[in-house]
Design a protein around this ligand. Sequence first.
Ligand SMILES: [Zn+2]
Ligand SMILES: [Zn+2]
Length: 262
Amino acid sequence: MFVDSHCHLSSPELAGRIPEIRAAMRQASVDRALCICTTLDEFDLVHRLALENDGFWCSAGVHPDEEDSREPTVEGLVALSRLDKVLAIGETGLDYYRLAGRDLAEMEWQRERFRVHIRAARASGRPLVIHTRSASADTLRLIREEEGGDAGGVFHCFTETADVARAALDLGFHISFSGILTFKNASDLREVAAFVPLDRCLIETDSPYLAPVPFRGKVNTPANVPLVARQLAEIKSLTVQEIASVTAHNFERLFLGNVPRS
Ligand SMILES: [Zn+2]
Ligand SMILES: [Zn+2]
């Protein structure tokens, strides 16, 4: 059975299709998924998905791209993390891809928000779900400054270099690969995946985005995560069943290690 470690099932494209998505997941042997929160206003929706569906869990956090969103506090995130079926803090991190003409000094709000998440993860003992785009040096620097390695977590939808992967691994983090791994032009990323130790690998869809080949460009769902596993299996010269089992085990160890199973 496969686990999708990162999906956005509360997104408008998917929220109304949950029974159909769950049926497709069953068909594809995907039995578990972590539903990712991107704003505090969205939290109730992702939390309800987790509470109402076996095998679904959720996170609590505010995405770095959600500039005008309500700001979280350390105490507020810790309180959410204590609720049933909340496994992680995030997604959080830094995204300098859309600076819209600003310089990096003007992105201090993003760095401050990321620090709040790292402090909440340390205080709650929950792992971090980290998003980093065009900002890997600052992402790693803030994790070091805030001692985020104590909380651990995952660099999700990894698209960075082997050097960034090595730094994240040295800090104790896992690396999650998405459908991007299957894209024709992603040979550099496949080399990074070859290098990441198997016991630190996770797989995800990042649904509704980034559908793997042959569904590239279509609306993605967790039922497609075996296609990511298949690509990783090819890279690691293992069977897809072996990838399913080890990534499921990694997910359990990282996210469910100190949480009562439900
Ligand atoms: Zn992300
Ligand atoms: Zn995401």
